[in-house]
Design a binder for this molecule. Structure first.
Ligand SMILES: Nc1nc2c(c(=O)[nH]1)N[C@H]1C(S)=C(S)[C@@H](COP(=O)(O)OP(=O)(O)OC[C@H]3O[C@@H](n4cnc5c(=O)[nH]c(N)nc54)[C@H](O)[C@@H]3O)O[C@H]1N2
Ligand SMILES: Nc1nc2c(c(=O)[nH]1)N[C@H]1C(S)=C(S)[C@@H](COP(=O)(O)OP(=O)(O)OC[C@H]3O[C@@H](n4cnc5c(=O)[nH]c(N)nc54)[C@H](O)[C@@H]3O)O[C@H]1N2
Ligand code: SF4
Ligand SMILES: [Mo]
Length: 684
């Protein structure tokens, strides 16, 4: 039962490095304040601006309150209906499809990262108990980097990021923590106070770059050339860590041979950084250990993204920083994710799996049987997916699109039925982190608002309804509570590593998982050889070069001569938060940032309305002129702008790696090429 006045514990379940501990202050079943949880050892009682807005999100006037049916997809004519009617529509459609096709395969689930709490996998649980269904597999986010580190280290472990404090050199390589991971800043600043230097490597002069001791402007997708050039310089100076290389690595001989064969001038030209600067940088890497390299998700969104992460891993290894306190190459740590059982993901059926990053094309191509019903949850598909123009075409023959959401957005616009869901203050859950080592519980602070239901309750209700219409249609449990599902997630390994006997102890505060403070500190790697693998047979088996070698990103097309970078913005998490009043009061306007030379050549001034376009489509917005970007690159922060569908001009190019860890290649979002002109100028 939910009691009246209390403070409840939560963890922010957004797709965010920080996964902060949160306290909800509750009076008369209403949240009156939201603060950081001081017992969370990494985020230490603080939230980002978005986190402090949660109270505005829970009680937003725009919350979806009741199930809604759209009278004609995209018409904006909505009709409030009862849950019973909504469940009937869903279940009758499933049964009708099953009768017509003799299969549940035409029913498709597309889900991603709206809420990373474990109970949100209930929707996969529902699908996995209906029969064989079609589901998306993969990630638009981090696949290439995860695979790269698997090839090199054998697994995705991170040191406790508090290690940053002990670093003497911190390299923020394609990551923008001043916006995307604010809770790591105190550790970086503490290191700086202790004399550490901070280098930011980014094609954009980002907010993080502004705080660095040294900013290196790399050409987009050319981090491989940069890392290999540094490695070559270190090798040729004879400053490599010979002990580590001899005892703990595989393939050093062939990699060092490869480095020797590289032309430094060519690498310098590729990455756009002059040789004396490369030399100074290489010296710094060698002379200022330990070096903590944070490889961001931002730098691997290219066709050579995985290869480039491997090159940075190699630089970390040959410079003697792997397994070292305060050092290492860190991308994402999956140790806390891997503690749980993911019972919802187990199935007796053979599902049909589509590539999440080629969704539109695969829906068009999928036949025998085709996709006839689509369930979207935790996903703003019609804003965040690539190839939006194709997606809109692909859904034409889908008979029912159901979206489970908290707010109206681009995706509800294309839905036939919208089911209102709870926020994490209205449900119970547990949330792991992909960056730090803390795990925390979400307690239920307040009863569900209006008629919102959690994804778990929706899964149970669908199961109940479909079985009442036709017995034995679904084996998803119906008459059990959240505790039952929480129990199933925790096994003895999780309890041992958390040092607790039961998950309810997490009500006393988040717990730091007992995993090594320094990853790979014992120099025992999980690769086939047990060593750090410069040369990976596994990579070779998967069709990649065995060594981390130089690979180019895509070439800019003559017809569309600008690369469009659309990284993550400060006051949103992907498309979330931008609709809240407090966030809107910050008045961020979406702009496309262009270099002064480009502006001049295109006759564009700051504030002009411009059209950014390619063969896929066009977006119209205001321009800003800045030196922060390069002359062949346009910059546009995704996540802001009400009706701006940036991804209309994002081609669905995929990354090299990603299959090993996430089942499919990642999304090379920044292999996107466009042209720009004044909105009212004639079409060339
Ligand atoms: N405020 C906020 N926080 C977030 C999110 C958000 O939307 N807003 N999203 C969350 C999610 S889903 C993710 S994936 C993470 C992403 O957070 P980050 O890992 O920080 O990734 P991005 O913001 O995508 O890009 C980071 C930087 O990479 C740079 N970059 C682009 N191309 C290259 C390149 O070729 N080389 C190098 N060296 N740098 C390059 C970009 O210019 C950008 O400054 O943040 C999470 N946290
Ligand atoms: N142009 C461009 N596109 C990108 C990126 C980029 O950098 N540039 N980044 C890519 C990356 S890194 C990522 S991770 C993806 C993110 O892609 P998505 O995961 O689709 O991103 P969100 O905008 O967070 O959408 C999640 C939706 O889930 C809803 N939601 C929140 N909580 C719940 C819940 O408990 N239940 C349900 N059912 N729904 C909930 C939110 O309201 C929101 O509308 O976008 C990718 N797309
Ligand atoms: S969005 Fe990220 S930084 Fe902000 S409260 Fe949530 S987890 Fe913390
Ligand atoms: Mo992401």
């Amino acid at each position: 039962m939910v009691s009246k006045d209390k403070i409840t514990r939560h963890v922010c379940p957004r797709n965010c490095y920080d996964t902060c501990g949160i306290l909800a202050h509750v009076k008369n079943d209403k949240i009156i304040n939201v603060t950081g949880d001081p017992l969370h050892g990494y985020t230490k009682g603080k939230l980002c601006a978005k986190g402090y807005c949660y109270i505005r999100r829970v009680y937003s006037q725009d919350r979806l309150r009741y199930p809604l049916r759209q009278l004609g997809r995209g018409t904006g004519r909505w009709q409030e209906i009862s849950w019973d009617d909504a469940l009937n529509i869903v279940c009758e459609k499933i049964l009708n499809i099953k009768d017509r096709y003799g299969s549940t395969l035409p029913i498709c689930l597309n889900k991603y990262s709206g809420n990373f709490g474990l109970m949100n996998f209930a929707i996969e649980g529902l699908f996995n108990n209906l029969g064989p269904t079609t589901q998306v597999l993969g990630s638009p986010c981090w696949s290439a980097g995860l695979d790269a580190q698997q090839y090199d280290f054998g697994n995705n472990y991170n040191s406790d990021p508090e290690n940053i404090k002990k670093a003497k050199l911190i390299i923020l390589w394609g990551v923008n923590p001043v916006w995307t991971a604010v809770h790591s800043l105190p550790y970086i600043i503490e290191a700086q106070k202790n004399g550490a230097k901070v280098i930011v490597i980014d094609p954009i002069y980002s907010e993080t770059a502004k705080k660095a001791d040294w900013y290196i402007q790399v050409k987009p997708g050319q981090d491989g050339a940069l890392a290999l050039a540094l490695a070559k310089i270190i090798l040729e100076a004879g400053k490599e860590d010979k002990e580590f290389l001899t005892l703990h690595s595989l393939g050093w001989e062939s990699f060092s041979g490869y480095l020797k064969s590289l032309d430094l001038k060519e690498m310098s030209k590729n990455c756009g950084i002059k040789i004396p600067i490369l030399q100074e940088l290489a010296n710094l890497v060698i002379d200022t250990p330990p070096v903590f390299i944070w490889v961001g998700f931002g730098m691997q969104r290219y066709v050579n993204g995985g290869q480039n992460v491997r090159a940075i891993d190699a630089l970390g290894a040959l410079s003697g920083n792997i397994g070292r306190e305060g050092g290492g190459v860190h991308f994402a740590g999956l140790s806390t994710w891997k503690l749980f059982n993911y019972s919802f993901l187990k199935t007796d059926y053979k599902n049909r799996l589509l590539n999440i990053n080629r969704f539109a094309q695969q829906v068009l191509d999928t036949q025998d049987p085709p996709i006839k019903m689509l369930w979207i949850a935790n996903r703003n598909l019609f804003r965040q997916d690539a190839d939006l123009h194709k997606l809109i075409r692909a859904i034409k023959d889908i008979e029912l699109i159901v979206t489970v959401e908290q707010f109206r957005n681009e995706t509800t616009h294309y839905s036939d039925l919208v089911l209102p869901t709870t926020t994490f203050f209205e449900e119970m859950d547990v949330v792991p982190s992909y960056w730090h080592h803390w795990i925390g519980l979400n307690e239920q602070a307040i009863p569900p608002l209006y008629e919102a239901r959690s994804d778990l309750d929706i899964a149970k209700a669908v199961s109940q309804k479909i079985n009442s219409l036709r017995p034995e249609s679904c084996s998803f449990p119906q008459n059990v509570d959240e505790e039952y599902f929480m129990d199933k997630e925790f096994g003895s390994r999780a309890y041992n590593l958390l040092g607790i006997n039961h998950w309810t102890s997490l009500k006393n505060g988040p717990v730091k998982v007992k995993i090594p403070y320094v990853s790979w500190g014992n120099n025992i790697f999980e690769t086939p050889s047990g060593k750090f693998e410069f040369y990976s047979k596994e990579a070779e088996k998967a069709g990649f070069p065995g060594l981390p070698v130089f690979r180019e990103p895509l070439q800019i097309e003559a017809k569309y001569p600008f690369r469009l970078l659309t990284p993550h913005s400060q006051h949103s998490i992907n498309s979330q938060f931008r609709n809240l009043d407090w966030i809107q009061s910050v008045k961020q306007e979406s702009r496309v940032y262009i270099h002064p030379d480009t502006a001049m050549s295109k006759n564009i001034k700051a504030g002009d309305k411009v059209r950014v376009f390619n063969r896929n489509g066009a977006i119209v917005l205001k321009a800003d002129v800045t030196n922060s970007t390069q002359s062949d690159t346009l910059l546009l922060y995704q996540g802001i702008g009400e009706d701006l569908k940036v991804n209309t001009v994002i081609q669905g190019v995929t990354t090299d790696m990603g299959v090993r860890t996430t089942g499919n290649e990642g999304l090379a979002i920044w292999e996107a090429f466009v042209d720009i002109r004044l909105d009212n100028s004639p079409i060339p």
